[in-house]
Write a protein that binds this ligand. Structure first.
Ligand code: DHB
Length: 398
């Protein structure tokens, strides 16, 4: 270990090199704003982090129009609708007809791969596998980020602005003193059992299925690889389940008079995903700004996590750019309030569809029937369908 601490000055120090941190770094570099990204994990670990597969149109535009990579357009698939399925009957929501938007199916892990490659291509300064990260002096004009790099060298970054994009387990939000921070949190009494299977798609679009046996989501990755989930107990161990048991469980949740039959194949991955909702308020402390999962977590239903992170990053980038271009801090000062507006809308949407589509052990007959009424309200009303479609495809940015 080299005892000497090396000092680096830069404009923006980015703590966290997942999709949010790399996207911010990419946008800043394009605008000529110096930045450094540090990340505790290595490339492979981040690549193997589970992420959902649906991108809002705004997320796709951020990638394709800023020159990250065109792969999202060539290898992703445009989806113009989804099926809401209950009582064994599918109801298609046609997003193009309802709100004139589409979503894109593209594994979000690929976005990390594309962004990391783009940062490398463009000479970005991204340091993976760092340890002992600390942020300090956030309320001063010279905030600090300290870390040890993969070779054991200790560094201190002295940026103007710190971006906290270090995910739900990161350190940045904890640097906001407890008395200045509100942690809004709820847990759910269920989780998702997720699989990847080498099989053809079972349906042209995604199916969100509510059934008396619990929720199932029939999603896709490409022509040969499909992603599916079913509601399970949070304590479930994936290794306790044989492939036959998994297929039987998924199938009974989509069974119906139309005879929908899932196309089976070898299951190549299985995992249990926890459910929680969290929002840190405010999303700023001094000269540190939180973005993405570092500031909020949503349950996976509706795939809002990464989309919301990119929406934060766009607002933060605009504010930082204005700070350097005009000297005005008006946008930085409005950052937390502005992003929290969308964050809470997304929290509500994710919570709403989660509670509507999942079943609970202690559910009363009244509650079960009320939810049928709610589902019927959506599918039988153009207004109901539009409300769902607008949220799912992503609200226009203000
Ligand atoms: C996927 C995950 C989601 O949570 C969702 O709502 C849609 C798709 C997915 O992994 O494909």
């Amino acid at each position: 270990m080299n005892a000497e601490v090396r000092i680096i000055t830069t404009q923006v120090g980015i703590v966290g090199g997942g999709p949010a941190g790399l996207m911010l770094s990419h946008l800043l570099s394009r605008a000529g704003i110096e930045n450094i990204v540090i990340e505790t994990r290595d490339h492979e670990t981040i690549r193997n982090t589970h992420r959902a597969g649906i991108l809002e149109a705004g997320t796709v535009r951020m990638l394709s129009e800023t020159g990250v990579d065109g792969r999202v357009l060539t290898e992703g698939h445009r989806h113009d609708g989804v099926d809401l399925r209950f009582n064994g009957t599918s109801h298609r929501l046609d997003f193009q007809d309802l709100v004139g938007e589409s979503v894109w199916l593209y594994g979000q892990t690929e976005i990390f791969v594309d962004l990391a490659a783009a940062r490398k291509r463009d000479g970005g300064d991204v340091r993976f596998s760092v340890t002992d990260t600390e942020v300090a002096d956030l309320e001063t004009d010279v905030p600090k980020i300290r870390f040890t790099d993969a070779n054991g060298q200790r560094f201190e970054i002295r940026p103007d602005i710190v971006a906290g994009t270090d995910g739900s387990k990161g350190i940045c939000k904890h640097a906001i003193p407890k008395e200045k921070r509100t942690d809004n949190f709820i847990a759910y009494p269920f989780a998702w059992f997720g699989i990847l299977t080498e099989a053809p798609a079972s349906a042209p679009e995604l199916i969100y299925a509510q059934s008396e046996h619990g929720f199932a989501l029939i999603s896709q990755r490409n022509e040969h690889l499909q992603r599916m989930y079913f509601q399970c107990d949070p304590e479930e161990n994936p290794d306790d389940w044989s492939d036959d048991q998994i297929w039987a469980e998924l199938q009974r949740r989509v069974d119906g008079p139309d005879g929908l039959t899932l196309k089976r194949g070898p299951i190549t991955e299985k995992m249990v995903l926890p459910f929680r909702s969290y929002v840190c308020e405010p999303m700023r402390h001094g000269n540190m700004f939180l973005a993405g999962d570092a500031g909020h977590t949503v349950p996976p239903t509706g795939a809002k996590g990464l989309n919301l992170a990119f929406a934060d990053v766009q607002v933060l980038f605009d504010a930082i750019e204005a700070h350097y271009a005009t000297g005005s801090d008006e946008l930085l000062d409005g950052y937390s309030e502005k992003v929290l507006d969308r964050v809470w809308k997304a929290q509500n949407f994710s919570y709403w569809i989660t509670t509507m589509l999942h079943s609970r052990q202690d559910q009363s007959t009244f509650e079960r029937k009320r939810i049928q009424g709610e589902l019927n309200n959506i599918v039988s009303s153009r207004f109901g369908q539009q409300y769902f479609a607008e949220a799912y495809t992503g609200w226009p940015s203000a």
